[in-house]
Design a protein around this ligand. Structure first.
Ligand code: ADP
Ligand code: MG
Length: 818
């Protein structure tokens, strides 16, 4: 039976801590030992251990007479021997400080068991995953074993550098290997917790696990454990507070002593449990993942093999290989994205005949001459690109990027006019009813400058003067009365209406076109995949012009929209002003209100964007009403305020906007629905509440609502308690006016997922790839193009796996993307 050396050990540890002054026990160590050694020896029953014990000559020590150095050596050797006695010979002797991570044992290449489990099997086939646990994983979109393999940690904690107790520094994350001397339940502040004293040859340290009394049972004295966590100082002594721990055994570590993965969790999933499960799954399955990347690509780009990359991304041997693993996985995402986009472009161009338009120069000239302004040279350049696309017999697929206010609408209108001149219909789809109505107004106004108005109803206008017949323009939104709507549907079907402007009401199945030739999609990022392709289905391969005010760096745009041709209006009409932008503290709200009052007094108008409570329209609407009440009663009782939110009927919205535009209202209180497109030149103040809740591009869009006229305009951003990252955003928007630069900053700060909403845009998910990593983007793009140039259909047998992966990533829905 091993000797229980606990009390001796504690004393020796203390002696070490106190610097070998023989002060650990009253009366000195020698006296203590003489009393202790006799009974201790008697308790040892194994002769071999008894012998070793005797050799220590503890009953006959003369510690008091040793030098400090000798004392130190003696204490260390006694502790060492105690260790052996306690653990028996089979356990390893006390480990010396060294990197903790032992080489992983060769991974068992388990054959798939009797049943045909594959990586596509549901996770319930994994040992230890019950259906209730599977449901929790389901919340994180993890359903199959493959999903688990691709369920990557958010980050890793670096617990790979082992320290001794004497080397611990407070305030840092440290890892030690230590023996448990004792563990007990304590109740600091009433919280049932576990306290343990652990130590190594250099000293002891206290460990506390708050709110967890159950560890006492696992931490039996003399267990050897690895601890990783933050070291704090309590009453002048080091203490580990709720560190990760696990027994030091002869197998790979999971939670400590290495780069430890931190997984995304959800209610009912715990990190230790997830880590343990993941480790098992990776060890069994990562080696079974087929590497779909052609070997020459992998070699060119010096990428890890896929199974290696997957397991190193979860449980990396070190930081370098972790980075390489992430690079490989990010490359995969971008490479597949590129290949998918290139494939789509090829299909689109090969298989689809379109309707070429003749450019009717005289019609176009009349139109352009009638405008109250000259096109900027950027607008002219884009118009030429547009016209030459429309002349082709392949359907156009063009993305027009242009800063807020750069004048995209007029260019699109010229395109719609060409469709009409060629006997085709045009459609213009906007993301909200307010915008659709506004565009209806704008486009009618643009067409009316030459011709005369012939027919005028609420939803239907008609203009002569441009063509040898009147051009009929209709507005189709959800709010049009049913009878009227049916009439519009019929006239669209008959080809009696030339240009239809609307919301997604345009793509409902009741709407059938006689001959749709050009579809314009405004603020295209606001639409889902299905909506854009539905519009495309409305005609015989109509030309499609998508427009966006979200400027995207070119490399990125090529990657994301590689199947579209790109145009950019990179110049604002002359005379556009800088909008003075200021981020205000909550205490400055009153002066902000005063400022609004002064602007109103001098005849200007203001927007006030309500605090963003939640993404729900209903809740937003209620919050907006409350804010509207407050502002009208308490702050601006003498002014005329209007209220705009998503829950108002279209007629009501229309009224409010009309009153605001005509100047009858001084202030428009609104939810973020005014974000895009609204054009009211007399408005000079944009005040945004809870500005910290919006992204840079969104703030830039808000700001773009003012500064549209001659007067100096202002943007005031209020933020209650901005986070660090929100502060950065606010600083940037204060100093940067250029939307392009802002988009890049936004991308850096928010990451691509949030920025583009890749899900809703129908792109494959990007988890590892950062779209801001331009170098990798270009590498992936080059490789994809090389492969494509060599074998466009990817038909060679060696690309079979790659094709399969491509089909898997680009699901049907994603494949239909624009
Ligand atoms: P956006 O690109 O944001 O959709 P719009 O098409 O709404 O921009 O144009 C913004 C404003 O600029 C409109 O009032 C429009 O009449 C005006 N505009 C467009 N082009 C020019 C130009 N070349 N010169 C002056 N004003 C222009
Ligand atoms: Mg616009």
């Amino acid at each position: 039976m091993p000797v229980n050396g606990e009390s001796l050990r504690k004393i020796l540890e203390l002696e070490h801590q106190k610097g070998y002054l023989d002060s650990a026990v009253i009366g000195g160590l020698d006296r203590f030992l003489r009393n202790w050694a006799g009974p201790a020896l008697e308790s040892i029953t194994t002769p071999r251990h008894a012998n070793r014990f005797r050799k220590l000559r503890l009953n006959d020590s003369n510690y008091a007479s040793l030098t400090k150095k000798q004392r130190k050596e003696w204490v260390t050797s006694v502790l060492d021997l105690l260790d052996k006695l306690e653990h028996g010979e089979q356990k390893k002797s006390k480990a010396r400080p060294a990197p903790v991570v032992s080489k992983p044992a060769p991974k068992p290449r388990r054959q798939p068991t009797t049943t045909s489990r594959s990586i596509e099997s549901p996770i319930t086939t994994v040992k230890g995953i019950s259906s209730s646990l599977a449901a929790k994983f389901g919340k994180l979109d993890v359903k199959t074993i493959r999903d688990l393999l691709y369920f990557f940690p958010n980050r890793h904690l670096d617990y790979s550098q082992r320290k001794t107790v004497s080397q611990l520094t407070e305030g840092t994350e440290e890892t030690i290997i230590a023996n448990v001397w004792q563990a007990q339940e304590i109740r600091p502040g009433g919280r049932r917790s576990t306290e343990a004293i652990v130590g190594d040859e250099t000293g002891n340290v206290r460990v506390v696990w708050f709110n967890n009394p159950y560890l006492v049972r696992q931490l039996t004295p003399n267990t050897r454990i690895v601890l990783s966590g933050r070291v704090a100082l309590f009453n002048g002594r080091h203490v580990f507070e709720s560190p990760e721990w696990e027994p030091m055994e002869d197998k790979e570590l999971n939670h400590t002593g290495r780069l430890v993965p931190i997984y995304p969790l959800t209610r009912g999933l715990y990190s230790r449990q997830v880590r343990k499960l993941m480790k098992g799954v990776i060890d069994e399955w990562a080696c079974q993942v087929a590497d779909f990347l052609p070997p020459e690509v992998r070699e060119n780009c010096q990428l890890l093999e896929l199974p290696e990359a997957i397991s190193q991304a979860h449980y990396p041997d070190d930081a370098t290989i972790k980075d390489r693993a992430r690079t490989r996985l990010a490359f995969d995402e971008l490479f597949l994205l590129q290949l998918g986009v290139l494939t789509k472009k090829r299909h689109w161009q090969e298989d689809q005949p379109g309707n070429p338009f003749r450019t009717e120069t005289s019609v176009l000239d009349t139109f352009l001459k009638s405008l109250p302004f000259e096109l900027t040279s950027a607008q002219n350049k884009v118009l030429q690109e547009l016209l030459s696309d429309l002349e082709k017999s392949q359907p156009m697929s063009r993305l027009l990027q242009g800063e807020v206010g750069s004048g995209k609408t007029v260019v699109a209108t010229a395109g719609l006019l060409m469709a009409t001149a060629n006997g085709y219909q045009g459609a213009f789809m906007a993301p909200t009813e307010i915008l659709a109505e506004q565009h209806f107004g704008t486009i009618c106004q643009l067409l009316s400058t030459t011709g005369q108005q012939k027919e005028q109803e609420d939803y239907l206008h008609s203009y002569t003067g441009l063509l040898d017949r009147p051009i009929t323009v209709a507005l189709l939104i959800g709010d049009v009365p049913q009878v009227k709507k049916q009439e519009l549907h019929q006239r669209i079907l008959d080809g009696d209406i030339d240009i239809v402007i609307g919301t997604h009401a345009l793509i409902q199945k009741e709407v059938e076109f006689h001959s749709l030739g050009l579809a314009v999609v405004d603020e295209q990022h606001r639409f889902g995949v299905a909506q854009r392709s539905a519009l495309r289905q409305k005609g015989f391969n109509p030309h499609v012009l998508a427009m966006t005010a979200t400027p995207i760096p070119r490399t990125l745009a090529l990657t994301l929209y590689g199947d579209l041709d790109l145009s950019a209006i990179d110049e604002l009409p002359p005379g556009r002003q800088t909008i003075k932008t200021k981020w205000l503290k909550p205490t400055q709200r009153d002066s902000a209100y005063n400022f609004v009052r002064r602007e109103v007094a001098s005849g200007r108008q203001a927007f006030i964007i309500c605090p963003l409570i939640e993404e729900s329209e209903a809740i937003q609407a209620r919050a907006a009403m409350a804010e509207y009440e407050r502002l009208s009663q308490d702050i601006f009782p003498d002014l005329k305020l209007g209220l705009l939110h998503g829950r108002l009927s279209a007629a009501k919205k229309n009224d409010v906007m009309r009153h605001f535009r005509s100047g009858e209202l001084n202030i428009l209180v609104s939810t973020p629905v005014v974000e895009v497109g609204i054009d009211v030149p007399n408005a000079t103040v944009m005040m945004v509440e809870s500005a910290d809740r919006f992204g840079l591009s969104q703030l830039h869009q808000f700001r773009g609502r003012v500064g549209r006229g001659q007067e100096q305009s202002y943007c005031m951003l209020l933020a209650q308690n901005p986070s660090e990252i929100a502060r950065q955003r606010l600083d940037i928007i204060e100093s940067v006016q250029d939307g392009f630069q802002l988009a890049e900053e936004d991308l850096k700060l928010r990451g691509p997922g949030e920025f583009f909403g890749t899900r809703q845009s129908g792109l494959p998910d990007l988890r590892m790839a950062k779209l801001s990593d331009i170098a990798l983007l270009e590498l992936a793009r080059n490789e994809a193009e090389k492969l494509f140039a060599e074998d466009e259909g990817l038909e060679k047998p060696e690309y079979a796996l790659l094709n399969k992966e491509l089909a898997r990533v680009w699901t049907t829905e994603a494949g239909e993307w624009s």
